[in-house]
Design a protein around this ligand. Structure first.
Ligand SMILES: Nc1ncnc2c1ncn2[C@@H]1O[C@H](COP(=O)(O)OP(=O)(O)OP(=O)(O)O)[C@@H](O)[C@H]1O
Ligand SMILES: [Mg+2]
Length: 217
């Protein structure tokens, strides 16, 4: 589904990605592990087209991302990719339900349909009685689950998640991974998940390790 070839990225003098070659198949659940500072988040941002590499190619379903204009890319991202950020980036002024709905509204889908889907996702994630809370009124793990629901609202082909279980206890983490598996089995969605959670790394179809800006195994 996606292939990257020789991705390089520096921030000023700091070389962070040093030739990342990567592939993920449709419907695969892939875990990325590696020490803090290895370049995992940087790579995920590039994979999700939120940031550009200095050099290298990203091929998404046979299309070279570099050939897309800014507007086209934004639309592509809204329709095909769901993000769960490391620091979940919920909008503070909006409720849980509204935060989940926003990417659906941006995608110009029908309001009622988006709200129903958002409600059902939040229920799935155990947040039935938190729909109208704002992020500041939610625990860290609850905010994280809202961010997961938001990533799933447009039925993306690809979900990129950065430490989605970081704030969750083991039961909630297991529920989250079960949900990912159900979505993969039922809808052939593809997951690339950065995690330090050993248990999850074992549940994934494949685990790759990043070290100092390259994939080492
Ligand atoms: N915008 C930036 N400007 C300068 N340096 C950056 C920037 N973003 C990341 N870095 C540096 O790049 C390196 C890789 O960062 P990255 O966030 O990709 O690491 P990571 O593997 O996700 O680590 P963690 O497990 O701690 O989240 C780090 O040394 C970081 O300090
Ligand atoms: Mg990170």
């Amino acid at each position: 589904m996606i292939e990257t070839r020789n991705i390089f990225k520096s921030f000023g003098p700091l070389a962070v990605l040093k030739g990342v070659n990567f592939r993920v198949k449709k419907g695969e659940i892939l875990a990325i592990v590696g020490a803090s500072g290895a370049g995992k988040t940087t790579f995920l941002q590039i994979l999700g087209t939120l940031d550009k590499p200095d050099s290298g190619e990203i091929i998404f379903n046979d299309t070279d991302i570099a050939l897309m204009g800014k507007k086209e890319l934004a639309k592509f991202r809204n329709q095909h990719i769901g993000f769960v950020f490391q620091f979940h980036n919920l909008l503070p002024e909006f409720t849980a339900l509204e935060n989940v709905c926003i990417p659906g509204f941006i995608g110009k889908r029908q309001k009622k349909q988006v709200q129903e889907k958002a409600t059902s996702l939040l229920q799935h994630l155990g947040l039935n009685d938190r729909l109208h809370h704002k992020p500041s009124e939610l625990s860290g793990g609850e905010q994280q689950r809202v961010a997961v629901a938001r990533a799933l609202i447009n039925d993306p082909d690809l979900i990129l998640a950065d430490e989605p279980s970081g704030n969750l206890d083991s039961q909630n983490a297991r529920d989250l991974y079960d949900l990912f598996k159900v979505l993969r089995n039922d809808f052939q969605q593809t997951f690339v998940i950065v995690t330090h959670n050993e248990e999850f790394a074992h549940l994934a179809d494949r685990t790759i390790k990043m070290k100092d800006g390259i994939i080492v195994k």
